[in-house]
Write a protein that binds this ligand. Structure first.
Ligand SMILES: NC(=O)c1ccc[n+]([C@@H]2O[C@H](COP(=O)([O-])OP(=O)(O)OC[C@H]3O[C@@H](n4cnc5c(N)ncnc54)[C@H](OP(=O)(O)O)[C@@H]3O)[C@@H](O)[C@H]2O)c1
Length: 310
């Protein structure tokens, strides 16, 4: 099955390399395209196929069985619309966006099969290293033919395909943003607090990353352990540590007082921290109850959080 990469950014390059390097040869890269010439040229050093640029429809695209459309979200629909005119009923167009449905175009107007293959992974570099995809889950979606192709792409990249229904995809994507992107935002908030402890941001990140890694390892171990059915939230709760989990109300109060003062002193950088801390502590209290935090401790925490925010 021949695959064409349309959009040689971080995802396009990594998928292209993964397909190219796969020893099985069940998928074969037949070409790539990028809007700007400079990036197309760079990509031609990473992929052993012709990489074109510009407005003309690339030859390789017509020869492909599967076209992976890995352009930025804002232009997926427009680009798919322009490409679809050239694609036949034997071809599959897969986009890689987690926030858009597989069927981005009206199926009445196009012949190609439509689908989506979304790597649930944070690709921060554009070096095309395909190892970042290995072991990742891939949300796959689309009509029957597109779904089969999306699954193959995920497997060839060393990932695990998971079918997500179009209607609920927004929750899937919001979950990914919450768990990964906002993890970075939490790190930024933690660094603002570390600064008050006299630790600069670079050092703070170095200090906090092993702590976060430890938490992620705990979650990973729990996720892989045998669980009785329906125990989802209680499992996550077992990875929770810290003052809320222990029911240390005094510590939480002290944090809130200090953060409130900081927000007043440095509103430009810290005005949102009191609400952020309280919202997370509130949810942590509910979670800790799943991990057998005694009800009287939970109530004391709720009261402290409520009082402090009133
Ligand atoms: N990065 C991730 O962690 C990640 C993970 C999963 C899924 N995704 C999804 O994968 C897709 C690509 O993301 P990415 O991270 O690879 O993005 P990226 O590295 O920023 O690359 C974006 C690509 O879109 C092209 N592009 C931008 N504007 C265009 C236009 N007007 N017409 C045609 N092409 C245009 C860029 O071409 P130029 O080089 O010419 O600018 C480039 O090839 C997105 O749908 C994204 O949501 C990303």
């Amino acid at each position: 099955m021949k695959v064409f990469i349309y959009g040689a950014g971080r995802v396009g390059r990594a998928l292209g390399r993964a397909i190219q390097d796969h020893p099985g040869g069940e998928l074969k890269l037949c070409g790539a395209w990028n809007r700007t010439f400079a990036r197309a040229f760079e990509t031609s050093r990473l992929l052993d196929v012709e990489v074109s640029a510009g407005d003309a429809v690339p030859d390789g695209l017509m020869r492909a069985d599967v076209v992976i459309l890995s352009v930025k979200d804002d232009v997926v629909e427009k680009t798919a619309g322009a490409l679809a005119r050239h694609l036949s009923h034997r071809q599959v167009l897969l986009h890689t966006s987690g926030s858009l449905p597989a069927q981005i175009l009206d199926p009445k107007g196009i012949k190609a099969h439509m689908g989506c293959v979304h790597p649930l992974q944070a690709l921060a570099h554009d070096d095309g290293d395909p190892r970042v995809l290995q072991g990742s889950f891939f949300a796959v979606e689309g009509d029957q033919e597109a779904l089969a192709c999306a699954e193959r792409v995920a497997l060839v990249a060393g990932g695990q395909p998971v079918s997500i229904a179009s209607a609920s995809k927004v929750y899937y994507h919001a979950a990914a943003v919450m768990a990964a992107n906002y993890q970075t935002v939490l790190m930024d908030a933690a660094c603002a607090l570390m600064q008050e402890a006299g630790v600069d941001t670079a050092t703070a990140v170095k200090m906090l990353v092993p702590l976060v890694s430890g938490t992620l390892s705990n979650l990973e171990a729990l996720a892989h352990a045998e669980q009785p059915p329906g125990q989802g939230r209680a499992v996550v709760a077992r990875a929770l540590t810290g003052p809320v989990r222990r029911g240390d109300v005094g510590t939480v109060r002290k944090h809130m007082r200090a953060i409130d003062k900081l927000a007043k002193r440095k509103p430009e950088a810290c005005a949102d921290l009191p609400a952020l801390y309280r919202a997370l502590a509130q949810r942590a209290t509910e979670l800790a109850q799943q991990a057998e935090l005694p009800p009287e401790r939970a109530q004391a925490l709720q009261k402290a959080l409520g009082r402090a925010s009133s």
